[in-house]
Design a protein around this ligand. Structure first.
Ligand SMILES: *Cc1c(COP(=O)(O)O)cnc(C)c1O
Length: 407
């Protein structure tokens, strides 16, 4: 039985069809490169969807994981463990936070943040303050609560009834929020840069306005930094670049460099509402995850690494502009740090996925952010030579796609 070949066909045979993975199966990674079952090499501009900020098989993460694996894997939250305590202390030292809750995914960190906001309001202001305001478009995860807060019909259709008291207003539209927020609002949740929804940065005045309105209406400001956190923007967390401090921050994707772990950060006063027994998860703060994340955060908080991210952003943009001079394919090149969006010109709208396939054929992994935007989220330590080689492959993919099937 174990000698049977493992092929892509098994996905369709044995797995729930909620994904549509590519035809190749990667089996090994090192730094910013992957190899598939056939030994073919790929340059990774996707980073496992903005997760593997330190690349694949980073020696210090492998060491942290294997060292911890020999000692202790799991004890549950009936007991605390050393890696969790060390990681919590590190995150508090590096951010505005005074208290940390660990979970396993971005959706779970947001679920905790939203539940905490409701509970805090119930504790301090009574039962009528329960409305959550979120923005369109946005993405906060796939649990029923977070997917409802995300507010995208294509992700909630068929899953109702949905949780109530959630309001949506347009992103980057401060007037709309001013009109919507009231004493019934318990929280406003926002992505500092829309990740899944097109790599669109919040305007600094927008986030400043949010901060002021939340303070004025005694609503908690939640920054969903699941995608923008852990060095992705060239700041350890994007809020630091904006100079706007939230009441609750969620982080996941880059936190464990590929090991599943997430965290919700907040102040001691707000945290007090998650009293004993009010919330929890079996694996949250697991020693393996926390040991890896501690090693990752130690590396990602290095000012030299963060400066490198900002420098590599410029390299990417220069290369992409040069490609665009030849093909006039992008109407906008944007993003912060190594979260980069290439918005296709109108004639190519709806076709971003075609570029994933074309890039793969040239030995390059890229992402999309919606139907009109190609998204790049490589490792934050990708060497300059691999940026250049990856861009060369991207250019070949574009040349082929344009010659074969220009609109
Ligand atoms: C990916 C993402 C999530 C969901 O994270 P999961 O780990 O998939 O649950 C939530 N918010 C943002 C901004 C994300 O990019």
């Amino acid at each position: 039985m174990n000698d049977l070949p493992v092929t892509r066909a098994l996905f369709d045979e044995f797995m729930v069809p909620n994904y549509a993975p590519a035809a190749i199966i990667p089996v090994r990674g090192e730094g910013s490169r992957l190899w598939d079952q056939e030994g073919r090499e790929y340059i990774d501009f996707a980073g496992g969807i903005a997760v593997t900020g330190l690349g694949h098989a980073h020696p210090q993460l492998v060491a942290a994981l294997t060292e911890q694996a020999r000692k202790l894997w799991h004890v549950s939250n009936v007991l605390v463990n050393e890696p969790a305590l060390e990681l919590a202390r590190t995150l508090c030292r590096l951010t505005f936070a005074e208290r940390v809750f660990f979970a396993n995914s971005g959706a779970e960190a947001n679920e905790a943040a939203l539940k905490l906001a409701r509970k805090y309001a119930a504790d301090h202001f009574g039962p009528d303050k329960r409305e959550i305001i979120a923005f369109t478009p946005s993405f906060h995860g796939r649990t029923l609560f977070t997917v409802t807060v995300g507010g995208q019909a294509k992700y909630t259709e068929g899953f109702g009834p949905l949780p109530p008291a959630i309001t949506h207003v347009p992103f980057n539209d401060l007037a709309a929020l001013t009109a919507a927020i009231s004493e019934r609002t318990c929280a406003v949740i926002v992505e500092p840069i829309l990740g899944e929804s097109g790599v669109i940065s919040a305007a600094p005045e927008f986030l400043q306005g949010l901060r002021e309105l939340c303070t004025q209406h005694q609503a908690l400001l939640i920054f969903d930094e699941v995608q923008t956190g852990n060095g992705r923007t060239g700041q350890l967390y994007a809020y630091m670049g904006y100079g706007v401090t939230p009441d609750i921050l969620t982080t996941a994707k880059g936190l464990g460099g590929g090991f599943p772990i997430s965290a919700m950060l907040t102040t001691a006063t707000i945290a007090a509402s998650l009293n004993v027994g009010s919330h929890g998860t079996t694996y949250g703060g697991n020693p393996l995850g926390c040991a890896v994340a501690k090693a990752a955060v130690d590396l990602l908080s290095d000012p030299a690494l963060l400066a490198g991210v900002r420098h590599k952003h410029e390299r990417f943009l220069a290369g992409l502009r040069a490609i665009n001079e030849r093909f006039a394919l992008f109407q906008d090149l944007r993003g912060q740090g190594l979260l980069i969006g290439c918005e296709l010109v109108a004639a190519w709208h709806g076709r971003s996925r075609d570029f994933i396939k074309a890039a793969l054929d040239e030995g390059l992994l890229v992402l999309v952010a919606g139907p009109d935007v190609i998204r790049l989220a490589p490792a934050l330590i990708i060497p300059d030579e691999l940026i250049q080689e990856g861009l060369n492959r991207f250019e070949r993919a574009i040349a082929r796609l344009c010659s074969q099937s220009a609109p």
